[in-house]
Design a protein around this ligand. Sequence first.
Ligand code: 5GP
Length: 172
Amino acid sequence: MQVLLTQEQIRDRISAMAGEIARDYPPDEQIHLVCVLKGGFMFLSDLVRALPTRVTLDFIALSSYGKGTKSSGEVRMIKDVDHALEGRHVVIVEDIVDTGLTLHYLQDILRARSPKTLRTACLLSKPSRRQVDVPVEYVGFTIEDHFIVGYGLDYDERYRELPYLAILRDGE
Ligand code: 5GP
């Protein structure tokens, strides 16, 4: 495996992203972060610690690639959020946007619940793979078409614990 982004590079970028997010909301208003499990957990935990703003948290789980590295294009909700989103400043916290299908589905569902604002923070984006145009207000790193593991991202449930991002193999 080849290291794509080191712990230090990730930490510096997340700290800058936290600044961008904080600047976009009135300081006295709470941000409600909705983390997409499981891949987003490490990004969320570093992002909340870098944010100067008060936040509340919730979690949602969607089906992803399953065992392979190819997207089926099918999205399924495995676990819904626990709290209502109405009137809240919601920020989706997602590990990676690839084809955009997962995020497109998720944004539609959450938008229907009348949040005050809805934005998305993705640690990684692979624009060359996009099939649907989804708005992502905060992007950590724009990358080429590689299959990435580490820092929360898995291949068949492995490698999530790595503190850095690595290329498992080149995209096909
Ligand atoms: P999309 O629906 O945008 O094609 O894919 C989104 C989901 O697919 C991500 O949340 C992630 O779970 C998974 N995914 C996409 N690209 C990668 C990758 O390079 N590595 C890993 N581990 N998962 C990926």
